[in-house]
Design a protein around this ligand. Structure first.
Ligand SMILES: [Fe+2]
Length: 297
């Protein structure tokens, strides 16, 4: 073995380690770039349809199709044309009624007439009902530049012929289908929650469906008489870690962040919502939801 062979033996492992480290860093950088691109530019714009069936109608009833849209979050990050796309996707599902469960804006908003005009497409197609969320106006969102009350949002919805249920009740009767009672509850973060209606006897023992922005509301009305609660607020967790946890979901009870769940003697449905905050979603595509009420078997 001559001198040059010895040098080669000493330097080769260092080159190999350096190459591996560079390759690993390049892989990490490429993965981070791919995740960021997906999170920021792909997922927030790729809306799907979530479908569920809830057996709460009397035996022999025809199914009632509810289309639920929530957390539209109109803002510089969620423009009206994206919201209009979601509305059209909802209308393609041929709803019997449409339910909107709050957070129509993120902070402040200026284009009220344009917003009302696109929302009118919903009420023109089917009876449309709404409840409000914590971003629509309350002391909490006023601390972050929002409105102190949801007056502007309610005005926009009413101009669009949408019935806003603020701790109010409506009887929904769809021709040739079962009737049910719909109660819209004020939001718990907004201190607008008044559950007194839930203490009253259900009319003709009809199924009772609640619109309540925040699914944590359930714990305050656990023993009341209701069948299904339609909620949003969580955005499905918005960022879902690879092992499935949703640490950023703004709820106390992180078991119920998205989807349909039986709970006690009730049902909960939490939609992932249309918009998002800071236009970021990971493993959590936005959605409109089709919740079909069907007869108990
Ligand atoms: Fe929201």
């Amino acid at each position: 073995m001559n001198e040059s062979d010895v040098k080669l033996e000493r330097t080769e492992p260092k080159r190999s380690r350096l190459f591996s480290r560079r390759r690993m860093l390049a892989c990490l950088a490429a993965t981070a770039a791919a995740v960021y691109t997906d999170m920021r530019f792909i997922e927030p714009n790729w809306i799907g349809v979530g479908r569920h069936r809830v057996p709460i109608l009397p035996a022999g009833s025809n199914p009632v199709r509810i289309v639920q849209l929530s957390d539209l979050h109109a803002s510089s990050e969620v423009p009206l044309d994206f919201i209009e796309y979601a509305i059209n996707l909802g209308l393609q599902q041929k709803p019997d009624i449409i339910c909107l469960t709050g957070d129509f804006i993120t902070h402040s908003w200026d284009e009220w007439d344009a917003y009302s005009k696109i929302m009118q497409q919903l009420s023109a197609a089917a009876p449309t009902f709404a409840s409000t969320g914590n971003h629509d106006g309350c002391k909490w969102i006023a601390r972050y530049g929002g409105y102190a009350r949801p007056t502007k949002v309610v005005d926009m919805l009413e101009k669009a012929n949408i019935r806003v249920l603020m701790n109010e009740r409506e009887q929904v009767a769809i021709p040739n289908k079962a009737s049910f009672e719909l109660i819209g509850l004020g939001d718990i973060w907004a201190d607008d929650f008044k559950p007194q209606l839930l203490g009253e006897t259900k009319q003709d023992d009809m199924p009772r469906v609640l619109l309540s922005h925040n699914p944590d509301t359930k714990d305050l009305i656990e023993n009341a008489n209701w069948d299904l609660m339609l909620s949003g607020h969580t955005h499905g967790g918005q960022l879902t870690l690879p092992w499935g946890s949703t640490p950023f979901a703004p709820v106390r009870d992180k078991r119920f962040v998205r989807g349909l769940h039986p709970w006690k003697n009730h049902w909960l449905h939490i939609t992932k919502g249309v918009g998002s905050l800071r236009k970021m979603r990971l493993n959590c595509f936005p959605e409109i939801s089709v919740v079909e009420l069907v007869a108990v078997s």
